[in-house]
Design a protein around this ligand. Structure first.
Ligand code: GDP
Length: 394
């Protein structure tokens, strides 16, 4: 045989073999550190797959983000086109930075109580006014009555009261009402060779997607590799919104087709997190309160399907602090559907309803772990009882 022909055949076979090896190689890699990371779209519907073993199959096809027109082969310098990554603010001390955002709660709840307690004579009417202030701030009727009873006893024991005494006493009572025993830490550490998995649930409009985006930044600030899952497939805008949050800090988003199965996306997100050796997978969900059964079926399925990869470590329920009793009723429905492990109270900025922290923990028996204090990207703070009470008291 002609030597040249033989060489061509050998080279051809080598090229084909090299190509197959590349396809078969495991796709393990650290997560990207640059934005503009493509969205990851789930390859198929989990309905077929969810009941099978989760092994095999890629995480999904890589597609350029919507609107992207960049062809990296056309000679342009890709580096020049990359937007600059944002550097999220460190997490420690955020509540202190944001404390003036509690201004309205501060003046109505904190200062309101201080003024009333400073009166010379604390008669029945004053105690009723104190109770009124608490109820107006959404502390809840039962907890407000208990609070007043406790306060009355302490005031009696105290006898004469200086302004400092009153303040110290109120501070102690508020700290006790909010609670210091609960574990407010987030379970966000890799364990058993896999990422921590966090599911975020709540009624639409409460600030769920925003919270997932802000939380991703909190984690990035702590040097964690994060994967986002856009399991709110009912609104394309929700997935776009989430992806944008991710891109700003170099975090990839796994998403599915609009109207697709949310459980499928959640499943793919966790799988991608495992394959990419991420630290945390954060999954955003839809919170349509159409019917309780519908919600139960949908969220229940999302969680069950995610658990095919292992347990979900944290289920965060997002509650809009401005919705008061209504928000509490809705929250109860969610808590019945999934085992909530932590609460996120959003929109505490500019509301006089800071007392909701006490009511909601009481109602659901779950600690507030994070609070939203504004629309800014880093306006989410880990909840700390003492810092919160100090902010309320001004
Ligand atoms: P979702 O439907 O539950 O995912 O809600 P979104 O995340 O889309 O948020 C709904 C609106 O609430 C958006 O305009 C957010 O900017 C706003 N929002 C979320 N968290 C906060 C917060 O802590 N404070 C304020 N003032 N607005 C917030």
């Amino acid at each position: 045989m002609d030597l040249a022909l033989l060489l061509t055949i050998v080279i051809g076979v080598l090229v084909v073999l090299a190509g197959s090896a590349a396809l078969l190689a495991p796709r393990r890699r650290r997560l990207p550190s640059t934005p503009g990371e493509p969205a990851l779209r789930g390859a198929s519907d989990v309905d077929d797959r969810a009941d099978e073993d989760s092994s095999g199959g890629g995480v999904g096809t890589l597609e350029l983000p919507r609107g992207s027109t960049v062809d990296l082969d056309d000679g342009l310098d890709a580096a020049l086109l990359e937007p600059t990554l944002e550097r999220p603010e460190p997490v420690a001390g955020r509540l202190v930075r944001l404390r003036e955002r509690l201004a309205r709660s501060q003046s109505s709840l904190g200062r309101g109580l201080l003024v009333l307690l400073a009166r010379d004579r604390l008669d029945e009417d004053t105690w009723e006014e104190i109770e009124e202030v608490l109820i107006t701030a959404d502390v809840g009727v039962g907890p407000s009555m208990e609070f007043v009873a406790g306060l009355r006893k302490r005031v009696q024991v105290l006898g004469t009261r200086s302004a400092d005494d009153v303040r110290a006493l109120l501070r102690a009572e508020l700290i006790a009402a909010v609670g210091t025993d609960a574990d407010r830490s987030l379970r966000i550490a890799r364990h058993d060779g896999r990422p921590a998995v966090v599911l975020v649930v709540g009624v639409n409009g409460t600030g769920k997607t925003t919270t997932v985006g802000k939380l991703a930044r909190v984690l990035v600030a702590e040097d964690k590799d994060v994967v986002l899952g856009a399991a709110d497939t009912f609104r394309a805008a929700a997935a776009d919104q989430l992806q944008t949050w991710g891109e700003r800090v170099g975090v990839p988003t796994v998403r599915g087709p609009e109207g697709g199965d949310p459980a499928s996306v959640a499943f793919d997100a966790v799988r991608h997190g495992i394959e990419a050796e991420a630290d945390v997978v954060l999954v955003d969900t839809a919170g349509r309160l159409h019917t309780k059964t519908g919600l139960m079926d949908e969220l229940g399925k999302v969680k069950r399907v995610m658990e095919k990869h292992g347990p979900v470590d944290e289920v965060l329920l997002v509650i809009d602090a401005t919705t008061g009793q209504n928000g509490l009723i809705q929250a109860r429905v969610f808590a019945e559907v999934v085992d909530v492990t932590g609460l996120v109270l959003t929109k505490l900025d500019g509301t006089a309803k800071g007392g909701i922290v006490i009511a909601v923990q009481r109602e659901l028996g779950v600690p507030v772990k994070l609070i939203g204090l504004g629309e800014g990207a880093d306006d989410l703070a880990p909840f700390e009882t003492e810092a919160f009470v100090d902010a309320l008291l001004g």
